[in-house]
Design a protein around this ligand. Structure first.
Ligand code: ATP
Ligand code: MG
Length: 430
């Protein structure tokens, strides 16, 4: 027999037990984005390869080793998007959304990186991100951080994430710093790994982003980028810190935080957790004031972040597992075997008309009452409705509260009102 075809390594299926939790998390995230006036933008998952090379930078992990790049049938080089910002800027320029305008956008969807799969690191993973164009002050950097802090509160994970901040200054400052850093790295070349030794000449600041613990220790003695910043960057950064102090958001300044993509300048930040093992960065972002121009648009200040949804969901499941209740339905409609199937379908439709947000599941295919009730329990229903046999003229419905065990007999026309009363404390929107 032919071997079963399986999913590609590092690309996950999310099964129904899992998607309910995801939907609750995503719903909460979207509500908070809406409360700050952000609008959704939906972008293709495939773009022309040069877009990512120009935006992210050629000497970065993502572009050097992680992209899924292939030739289209007509020979164009295309890439499955490894992140969302490049496509968002491309679309903003293409549709004239950026120059001299203000945009507050969010996106969510799958990203692709050829990495070694492990907990919290996959080859297809989901990100939700936000981007603000047209604002250059630190107040908008602060707003993005406050928005994420509100997310953590809404998800009940505030105690498990902490904020790290840094300023990496302007291109000019980084060019001055680069000389000092290279001089230091050359002195200690024998302690670097192959990757770092290569980057030392091509993109030395990337060395600061190394995951190699020995090199990280060495870097404790390296010159600090902070010492090379000009006044503008310093005052932008202290402005941001003041806003965060005002809002009571704790943070740690990490002078070695540089982030893995080349387009950032000035503010960079990461929300990290120690509750997930080595894959501890849940969300990261910063300013990228030069990217729009670099991709062919007119200079537009910009700031944004991206968050890994798998890591976020894992964190919520670990530290706040009750966040999404397991119940899939409110009510389960049980039918006597010799019942008129049309009457059962119609009752369910009438109840959905009356209570649009009711989650009602109907039993099909018969089965004993015992079997049908055990299905009602399996789906976490609060109430079972039993439609009486259709022989009787005034067909009645027995409503059984599966939580208290109490039972009552109702006319069909009274069921919706009774459900509102019983489920009202749990489903305020009914
Ligand atoms: P890391 O240092 O963990 O590789 P990164 O710096 O490459 O992260 P970004 O490019 O800034 O990450 O992406 C933003 C967020 O997307 C990360 O903080 C993380 O939560 C998530 N993320 C990145 N790569 C993956 C992946 N391969 N699988 C799952 N989530 C990921
Ligand atoms: Mg990475």
């Amino acid at each position: 027999m032919a071997k079963n075809i399986q999913a590609i390594r590092g690309m996950n299926d999310y099964l129904p037990e899992e998607t309910a939790f995801w939907q609750r998390v995503e719903g909460t995230l979207k509500d908070v984005l809406a409360s700050y006036g952000y609008s959704e933008i939906r972008l293709p998952i495939v773009e022309q390869t040069p877009l990512f090379q120009r935006a992210i930078g050629k000497i970065t992990d993502v572009v050097e080793k992680e992209m899924y790049t292939f030739s289209d049938r007509n020979g164009d080089s295309l890439t499955l998007r490894p992140e969302g910002t490049a496509g968002c800027v491309r679309a903003g320029i293409e549709h004239g959304l950026l120059y001299n305008q203000e945009q507050r956008l969010w996106y969510a969807g799958p990203m692709f990186r050829y990495e070694r799969p492990q907990k919290g690191r996959y080859r297809q993973f989901y990100q939700m991100g936000a981007e603000v164009f047209g604002q250059q002050g630190p107040d908008v950097d602060a707003e993005l951080i406050l928005l994420t802090a509100r997310w953590w509160r809404a998800l009940g994970i505030s105690e498990h994430v902490s904020l790290e901040l840094n300023s990496i200054g302007s291109l000019a400052a980084r060019a001055r710093y680069r000389k000092a850093l290279v001089a230091f790295l050359v002195q200690h070349e024998n302690l670097l790994d192959d990757d770092c030794r290569r980057r030392m000449h091509t993109n030395p600041i990337r060395v600061l982003d190394t995951k190699n613990p020995d090199v990280q220790t060495l870097l404790n003695d390296a010159p600090l980028l902070t010492d090379y910043l000009v006044d503008d960057s310093r005052s932008h950064f202290s402005g941001l810190c003041n806003f965060l102090d005002l809002a009571g958001i704790p943070y740690t300044i990490n002078p070695r935080l540089v982030r893995g993509l080349d387009y950032y300048n000035c503010t960079v930040f990461e929300w990290i957790t120690t509750s997930l093992g080595p894959q501890g960065t849940v969300c990261g972002g910063g300013r990228y004031d030069i990217l729009v121009e670099q991709l062919g648009g007119r200079a537009t200040p910009a700031v944004g972040f991206a968050m890994g949804l798998e890591r976020l969901v894992l964190l919520v499941q670990t530290v706040n597992p009750c966040f999404a209740s397991s119940s899939r339905v409110d009510a389960y409609l049980v039918a006597a075997n010799d019942n008129d199937k049309g009457a059962t379908l119609m009752l369910a439709e009438q109840l959905r008309d009356a209570l649009p947000s009711l989650r009602l599941m109907t039993n099909y295919g018969g089965g004993s009452f015992k079997k049908q009730f055990s299905r009602a329990n399996k789906y976490g229903a609060h109430v079972a409705l039993i439609l009486g046999e259709s022989k009787t003229v005034q067909q009645q419905v027995i409503l059984k509260d599966l939580v208290t065990g109490s039972q009552e007999r109702l006319a069909k026309s009274d069921v919706a009102a009774r459900l509102t009363v019983i489920l009202g404390s749990k489903r305020k929107d009914l």
